[in-house]
Design a protein around this ligand. Structure first.
Ligand SMILES: Cc1ncc(COP(=O)(O)O)c(C=O)c1O
Length: 414
């Protein structure tokens, strides 16, 4: 009880300044952009399995022939991979600018420097041509399969040559490139199961690699991390549950959104810039193994919703997502790019008034990278996209009549 109260109080205190700036009217109908896939049953069953080793067979079978390791988060996983690569200290690591700044933190925590690479504006993923201009100064490259969209791995691996390439699959569980699961193609990959990702477990990170020597180094690095205590497990699962309640109807529209300006901020509310590196928690791994069983069905439904939105919106003056040939996109997020910033901002407002939350994903990353990570302003496609992109609700829980309503509002605003 105490943990729930502290969680809610911390939440409130952190959001106080935003509340003053924001005048969003409380609306219990509001559908969150992110589907927080964590419910009472998840909380209770993780509590019942506090000390039981989770059965990871489903995951191991899915990623057959690949070494798998776990940590407490995606950012810790990237940190561990970079440590395990034994690169010289202060190496330059290329990373797509269109991503979560926690990637930059992981690079810095591992003792290296992020070097920002631009994106291909139609796919939101690392541009091999920009990489080619910068590759000589880099020791390794982090490729983000942003929004669940597989990057041009063939082009990137060709430019990278012998240099290690790490796949950031935080959004891309089950996405495929030329038939292969992303995360199994380059030197190593990592996934995130933080609340708000396709599988919301609270936290949790997974590392994949085909390289046996690297896998052994990764295991050694993970051994150096602390094992979370039982008290930490209980506290963490309780906070995760409290947070998931706040992101479902009616509390999301009544309380969470009016108190915050963007879901991104709210999802990270107690993890912002935090970088605690531990082994994975039993409670998180338990939820991940439980959810992975029917995960493909959820991806199928989200894909159906996304393809329906594309069909209904085609022909309008906006840039819709599409699947490149030989790729399979899990459609974790559904981005629309607008020619005009004010159209995007107006649409976001209209959708919210009609009960649909949207998010301008990573819109602040170029600015944050300039202020805090030494970005010098040479990734123009990313900057342009960050100002024009809006992520729509498309998750598997949405019904056709809700999708139709979203489409009608878009048609009226364009
Ligand atoms: C693209 C991307 N990469 C990496 C991460 C880091 O994962 P985690 O939050 O589990 O550390 C996130 C999200 O938070 C992300 O969105």
């Amino acid at each position: 009880m105490w943990t729930i109260l502290t969680s809610i109080c911390t939440y409130k205190i952190e959001l106080e300044p935003i509340l003053r700036m924001n005048s969003i009217k409380p609306d219990p109908r509001l559908i969150p952009r992110f589907n927080i896939d964590y419910y009472t049953g998840d909380f209770l069953s993780s509590m019942l399995h506090l000390e039981k080793k989770p059965d990871v067979d489903k995951i191991t079978n899915l990623f057959a022939d690949v070494s798998i390791n776990y940590t407490n988060s995606g950012r810790t996983s990237l940190y561990i991979i970079l440590k395990a690569l034994n690169l010289p200290e202060n190496s330059n690591i290329g990373v797509s600018l269109y991503t979560c700044p926690s990637d930059f933190d992981a690079i810095i925590h591992a003792g290296h420097n992020p070097v920002f690479i631009d994106i291909e504006p139609d796919n939101y993923t690392l541009d091999p041509q920009d990489l080619n201009k910068k590759i000589d100064d880099l020791a390794a490259v982090v490729v983000v399969h942003a929004l669940g969209r597989p990057a041009d791995l063939e082009g990137i691996l060709k430019v990278a040559g012998d240099k290690p390439v790490i796949e950031d699959c935080a959004h891309a569980l089950l996405s495929r490139y030329k038939g292969m699961l992303v995360g199994t193609i380059a030197t190593a990959g990592f996934f995130s199961f933080r609340t708000g990702k396709y599988i919301s477990a609270g936290e949790g990170g997974m590392i994949t690699t085909n390289d046996l020597q690297l896998a052994s180094n990764i295991e050694n690095e993970i051994e150096k991390l602390q094992l979370p205590s039982i008290t930490d497990e209980i506290k963490h699962a309780t906070i995760t549950y409290a947070r998931s309640l706040l992101y479902h109807r009616p509390w999301f529209g009544l309380f969470s959104l009016p108190l915050g300006s963007r879901i991104e901020d709210k999802i990270d509310i107690m993890n912002k810039r935090s970088f605690s590196k531990t082994k994975i928690r039993n409670t998180d791994l338990h939820v991940i193994t439980k959810k992975i069983k029917d995960f493909q069905g959820k991806v199928d439904k989200t894909r159906d919703n996304s393809l329906y939105l594309i069909e209904q919106l085609k022909g309008l003056d906006l840039i819709l997502p599409f699947e490149r040939s030989e790729t399979y996109c899990n459609y974790f997020l559904f981005p629309i790019q607008f020619k005009n910033i004010s159209v995007r901002d107006n649409l976001s407002e209209e959708l919210r008034k009609a009960g649909f939350d949207t998010v301008m994903l990573f819109s602040a990353t170029p600015e944050i990278a300039k202020l805090s990570y030494g970005y010098e302003g040479d990734c123009l496609a990313t900057e342009n996209v960050a100002k024009r992109l809006l992520v729509m609700p498309n998750h598997y829980t949405l019904r056709k009549k809700e999708l139709d309503k979203i489409c009608n509002i878009i048609k009226n605003c364009i």
